[in-house]
Write a protein of this length. Structure first.
Length: 349
């Protein structure tokens, strides 16, 4: 190992320690506005550190929108919100071209006016309320970090995150997200009801006093550096293989568990394995550890896999959901997998 490698390693360790401190500060700032939801906030941070997008699913009134906006404020990132409605058009998201006249020459040219997608954090509120044509306008932005208009490509700001919300109970007048678009979301995060004590604090806190002014914890440049750090976090071959084989376990193929054969129509693709590894790296440094471990993969398995499992009628009839399947897979998967096999020997045929 050269002296430059040692120097870079020391810099990475120092950056990890700074992130731990920033994590505590961010959590503290969010706690001044948001009561509870610590797991949701941590998963949002993991997804953003890994450069991914997140879909927040929960009933109205659980502060999903407030969480996203507050998090963007603490990170000194630009923020835009789009309220998705049935009459929303793709140009309302990406932007449009208008004719502009040069008064000195009289010449007219097309000028691109950027839409709200040109921000660091885009909140797509109730994303399933708009038709697929408009939902698809986000696909290029989410995957390529760019928008194409009038034959010209326009790069989006760096970093760029889409944090979308979805109501799981009101389905009338909604348009389910296509599987291709769901797969672009790194996490599907479930936002649950608060506990009794948390709900008491929410009501008391939001019905009196003036909302606090939050401090900026990290600049945009610092956040970009932390994203680059995630890519440099080491993950051993066993951790990578564990993530890969968790994803492969969800597919109906030879050697898959009986309950997968019974309840799953389609399993997760290779992108799930990529997100499991990236998410494990982000979680590791968020907790102050310099390398990813299988425990990190296990901790984020549900938000990565739940929206990538398409269950069938048998699952619906037996009351089995994607989280139940992921939980059973975590019980079966070997933490020290070998090439060519992804179940412990006792479970192999």
């Amino acid at each position: 190992m050269t002296s430059s490698d040692i120097s870079e390693s020391e810099q990475d360790l120092a950056a990890i320690e700074r992130l731990r401190t920033a994590h505590r500060q961010i959590t503290g700032q969010l706690g001044r506005v948001i009561v509870g939801q610590t797991v949701v906030i941590e998963q949002m941070l993991i997804a953003m550190l890994a450069g991914g997008h997140a879909l927040l699913v929960g009933v109205p009134g659980l502060a999903k929108t407030l969480m996203v906006r507050t998090l963007a404020d603490t990170l000194d990132l630009t923020f835009n919100r789009i309220q998705f409605t049935p009459d929303l058009m793709p140009a309302d998201i990406t932007g449009t071209e208008v004719i502009q006249e040069d008064k000195s020459t009289g010449q007219r040219d097309f000028k691109f006016l950027p839409g709200p997608v040109f921000s660091n954090v885009l909140l797509a509120d109730e994303i399933n309320r708009t038709p697929p044509k408009t939902q698809a306008a986000l696909l290029e932005a989410m995957q390529e970090r760019q928008v194409t208009a009038g034959g010209q490509r326009h790069s989006l700001p760096d970093p760029f995150f889409v944090l979308a919300t979805q109501n799981p109970i009101e389905q009338e007048g909604t348009y389910p997200l296509p599987e291709a678009q769901l797969d672009r979301f790194m996490f599907q995060i479930l936002v649950n009801y608060p506990s009794e004590d948390e709900e008491f604090q929410i009501i008391r806190q939001t019905t009196g006093g003036v909302p606090p002014t939050l401090d900026r914890v990290l600049t945009c440049d610092q956040w970009r550096e932390l994203q680059r750090l995630v890519r440099r976090v080491p993950a051993s071959d066993s951790v990578v293989r564990y993530a890969m084989q968790l994803a492969r376990l969800t597919r109906r193929q030879e050697g898959a568990p009986d309950f997968v054969q019974k309840y799953v129509s389609w399993g997760a693709g290779p992108r799930a394995g990529q997100y499991l590894v990236l998410g494990a790296k982000a979680r590791a440094i968020l907790q102050g550890r310099p390398a990813a471990a299988t425990e990190d993969v296990r901790a984020i398995a549900a938000p990565v896999l739940r929206h990538r499992l398409i269950t069938n009628f048998n699952a619906e009839a037996d009351g089995v959901g994607p989280d139940d399947i992921v939980g059973r897979l975590l019980e079966l998967a070997s933490e020290h997998p070998q090439p060519g096999g992804y179940l412990p020997k006792v479970f192999k045929a």
